[in-house]
Design a protein around this ligand. Structure first.
Ligand code: 2P0
Length: 350
């Protein structure tokens, strides 16, 4: 029989929301209750690299994550694979003498190998980069002729935040109106060159795995939090407009104020959930207090934002502000002398 293999590799950075996604109006299509805005990180630091391969000798779809085989049986993987296969077109590799017709893709199986260049255990969003990269690599392999926004609607069905990782720079995930999710897509607000002097410092407060997954946490918030309803209808729509303005005008003060307020409201929604969800810990709270104090005493604010875990994402206006921030963090959270600063964890006493 035939023995060829065709492969494609893609690399996708993770993204950090500055206006948060929290809550779905449709669980299976992953449709959110509000728009969100994120910044995509530099791929050199936090990214996923995924290689996808197709061969007639493959007996089934299989996937390895950081070298360990994982199950593809989950609905989210199946949705992404199905949606990409549906859009596959003809592929020809003359060197290998391979021609795959559109109809052949239903019968061919893929193997997927994915690596994160950051520790999964650090509690930093890996599903965002992971599903975006998977969808992008499969689309390249199967010659899918759709643009990034259309692909984002497929990545969204893997993990909501993944749709925002298909673009660099600042990205908005538009919640959309349609029941089928076709208009719930990501769009690029500005590319990575627009505001390229921002520095992002991630303070790893704990490397323990979080207790409540985002998926179940946001489900409970939608079911029980009145604050979530108010946030989605009244607060976020206005904040999205202000944030877009701040980004377009490089208005760091406004950007920082909106980012911090939105992170705090997201965690307030978590507290307003029954039973309450605690993602931040005492160290996270200490970081917020210090940053608020520094911001009040001088004109170069730092934005903080926390996701579904205790780690702080700190955004400084420029390199100088980042250097000062790092100096202060090291003073207030001194590392034990014998640990490598690369794996320096601020608050984990275990
Ligand atoms: C965000 N987070 O906007 C928000 C802020 C965490 C806090 O998107 O269920 O992994 O896969 O759609 O995308 C994390 O949730 O959840 C998240 P699913 P996801 O980045």
């Amino acid at each position: 029989g035939e023995t060829w293999v065709l492969m494609k590799t893609a690399q996708t950075p993770t993204n950090i929301a500055v206006i948060k996604y929290w809550g779905k109006r449709d669980e299976s299509l992953i449709l959110p209750v509000n728009d969100s805005i994120s910044v995509t990180l530099d791929p050199a630091h936090l990214c996923t690299t995924t290689t996808v391969a197709v061969s007639p000798v493959f007996q089934q779809d299989r996937m390895w994550l950081n070298g360990k085989e994982i199950s593809l049986s989950g609905g989210r993987f199946q949705s992404c694979l199905r949606e990409i296969r549906r859009r596959a077109s003809e592929v020809e590799d003359k060197e290998k003498g391979v021609k795959i017709e559109k109809k052949d893709w239903e019968k061919l199986h893929v193997h997927i190998a994915s690596y994160n260049n950051f520790p999964t255990a650090a509690g930093l969003a890996s599903s965002a980069a992971g599903f975006a990269c998977l969808v992008f690599a499969l689309a390249k392999l199967m010659n899918v002729k759709e643009d990034e926004s259309q692909l984002s609607a497929i990545a969204r069905q893997g993990s909501g935040s993944a749709c925002r990782s298909l673009f660099g720079g600042f990205v908005k995930w538009i919640m959309g109106k349609e029941e089928d999710g076709s208009d719930s897509v990501a769009v690029q607000l500005v590319d990575e060159k627009h505001w390229d002097d921002l520095f992002i410092v991630i303070a790893v407060v704990s490397s323990r795995q979080k207790e409540t997954s985002s998926t179940s946490g946001m489900r409970e918030s939608v079911e029980t939090s009145l604050l979530l309803q108010h946030r989605a209808k009244e607060v976020v729509p206005k904040r999205i407009l202000k944030m877009e303005e701040a980004i377009k005008n490089h208005s760091f003060e406004s950007f920082a104020q909106l980012t911090c307020a939105d992170s705090n409201q997201f965690h307030a929604v978590c507290l307003d959930t029954c039973p309450p969800i605690f993602y931040m810990n005492d160290t996270s709270h200490r970081i917020i207090s210090y940053v608020e104090k520094w911001n009040r005493s001088e004109g170069s604010p730092v934005a903080y934002t926390f996701d579904a875990g205790p780690n702080a994402v700190l955004i400084a206006r420029n390199r100088k502000a980042a250097a000062q921030l790092l100096q202060r963090l090291l003073f207030y959270f001194p590392p034990k002398s014998d640990i490598d600063l690369d794996s320096y964890v601020i608050g984990d006493k275990s």
